[in-house]
Write a protein that binds this ligand. Structure first.
Ligand code: IPE
Ligand code: IPE
Ligand code: MG
Length: 244
């Protein structure tokens, strides 16, 4: 029985989020520049997007660049931005053909207008697609998002547009408004941390860590993460007996 056949389709996580980590180390281990690892990481992105579409997962969020990543050497940032813009442009036909809706979340004010307009074209072209929703978190950090949401809530509250503030209202002010919380969060590269990713949204996500470096992450690795998720009992505070 293949790994894929072990997946129970009726128990798929509705939303999988991935911290794609380890590109730089992957390249260094081969005596190459870090950017080579980022380039090779694109294959792994294709793997998980394809696998998600084939399985019927509804939402896939990929952490591509954090706000903290702006502190990296300029040459790496420039190369990464070029790579992202060219990849999204090159893949736009495939996204359309495969009925994938692309969303970009993050502080796009930090990015060059050449890149944001390219991204906008693809999000516009795919906005009515009804298959997988692919969310790319770019120039994203969770504390930034939460602070922005709090500021907007205060403004709307003071202007009388909001009568009460609760969890449901707060979630509407996040950049992920309308997207269900991730059920499964995967991080590659053997690091056991969240690195400022979706702190609000992963309150009850199942966490899955793997030693694999991102460019080596295959469809089989993705299936393994889903199988691990499907073996867990998600109790949401209840007792095991209540969940039976
Ligand atoms: C993840 O790989 C990609 C980004 C953060 C942009 P890294 O570039 O962080 O690779 P490592 O963790 O240094 O190996
Ligand atoms: C997290 O990876 C950000 C992305 C994968 C885009 P980092 O490599 O930036 O995280 P830290 O710095 O090791 O925590
Ligand atoms: Mg890293």
């Amino acid at each position: 029985m293949s790994l894929k056949d072990k997946i129970i389709i009726s128990k798929l996580p509705e939303h999988v989020a991935i911290i794609m980590d380890g590109n730089g180390r992957w390249a260094k281990r081969r005596g190459s520049e870090r950017i080579f690892g980022h380039q090779q990481g694109i294959k792994a992105v294709r793997n998980v997007v394809e696998a998600s579409g084939e399985l019927g997962i509804k939402y896939l969020t990929l952490f591509a660049f954090s706000k903290e990543n702006w502190c990296r050497p300029k040459a790496e940032i420039d190369a990464l931005m070029d790579l992202m813009a060219s990849t999204i442009k090159a893949e736009s036909e495939t996204l359309i053909k495969n009925n994938i809706r692309l969303l970009i979340t993050g502080d796009l004010d930090c990015m060059s207008s050449a890149i944001t307009s390219e991204l906008q074209k693809v999000t516009e072209a795919t906005k009515n697609n009804t298959g997988l929703t692919l969310v790319i978190a770019l120039s994203y950090s969770s504390r930034w998002e939460i602070a922005e949401a709090a500021a907007k809530i205060c403004k709307d509250f003071n202007a009388g547009k909001l009568k009460e503030i609760n969890e449901e209202v707060f979630a509407r002010y996040l950049v992920t408004a309308g997207i269900p919380d991730p059920a499964l969060l995967v991080r590659t590269s053997g690091e056991f941390r969240i690195s400022n990713f979706l702190l609000w949204q992963i309150a009850y996500a199942e966490l899955y860590f793997t030693e694999k470096l991102w460019p080596d992450f295959s469809k089989e690795d993705f299936y393994e993460a889903i199988i691990s998720y499907q073996k867990r009992e998600r109790r949401f505070g209840k007792t095991g007996e209540q969940c039976k």
